[in-house]
Write a protein that binds this ligand. Structure first.
Ligand code: SF4
Length: 244
């Protein structure tokens, strides 16, 4: 088989994870894995809170929940920002194409995919539980099959490895004009995992249909199988973060 050149995943980052001083307190965020990763991917940085017109520094904003859905508010002013954030998120995410994954900031009421504090009221006086930020929820709704993580969850080595393998796999597929060539690379490993899936993909001559089926299926492929298929594409300087 022809040797493929290393693909360059296109990853949407929370802007504060790629060195932009956009946090409410203007302080930088230090995350060595995000810093290392950005040298090997095409970075699309976004700060949803800046995009909805909040400045730096700004009074903190929080999630609160009175009904079924979490909402966004600024406790110091009582301002409810949910609609502004939802409108921005939907428009921004609709404008994206050819994206291979998301790396977002944990605990943020906008970007957090995990461990975001939710209060019972706009003044954040009573704690209610933990959840996800408004922008992050929209990411999961619109891109349910793409790898999406926050830096907090990626402290787990297994998750980190899986995230890397998935973004490089999707970038390789996106870069492959010929899905038959891509399929030859993955077929033997895929057959071990699921002969039915391998056969179904082999018999899909239409590249866009192939991409859709692969995207929906790849999230279920076990990490050791992904490693066999795509481990070669993870750059050596990132391997120390995943121990292989
Ligand atoms: S977590 Fe998201 S909204 Fe908050 S500063 Fe970072 S990019 Fe902006």
């Amino acid at each position: 088989m022809r040797r493929c050149k290393a693909p360059r995943p296109r990853v949407v980052f929370s802007a504060c994870l790629v060195g932009e001083n956009v946090r409410y307190d203007g302080k930088p965020v230090k995350d060595s894995f995000a810093e290392a990763l950005r040298d090997h991917v095409e970075v699309i940085g976004v700060c949803p809170e800046i995009e909805i017109g909040l400045g730096v520094p700004r009074d903190r904003i929080v999630l609160f929940k009175e009904g079924d859905e979490p909402e966004l508010a600024q406790p110091s002013t009582g301002l409810v920002l949910t609609e502004r954030m939802r409108r921005f998120s939907a428009g921004f995410l609709r404008s994206l194409s050819g994206i291979d994954g998301f790396l977002l900031k944990s605990k943020s009421p906008s970007c957090g995919l995990s461990r975001v504090r939710i209060y019972r009221d706009t003044r954040a006086r009573r704690f209610r539980g933990l959840g996800r930020g408004i922008f992050a929820l929209e990411v999961l709704r619109r891109f349910p099959y793409l790898p999406a993580e926050d830096e907090g969850r990626l402290s787990d080595r297994e998750r980190r490895l899986r995230f890397l393998l998935l973004i490089f796999a999707l970038a390789l597929l996106r870069d492959s004009p010929d899905t038959a060539d891509f399929h030859r690379r993955v077929s033997s490993s895929l057959r071990i995992f699921s002969p039915g899936l391998e056969k179904r993909l082999r018999n899909l001559p239409d590249p866009s249909a192939y991409r859709v089926v692969f995207l929906k299926a790849v999230g279920k492929v076990p990490t050791p199988v992904l490693l066999r298929m795509f481990g070669d594409f993870v750059p050596p300087s990132l391997r120390r973060y995943v121990d292989f």
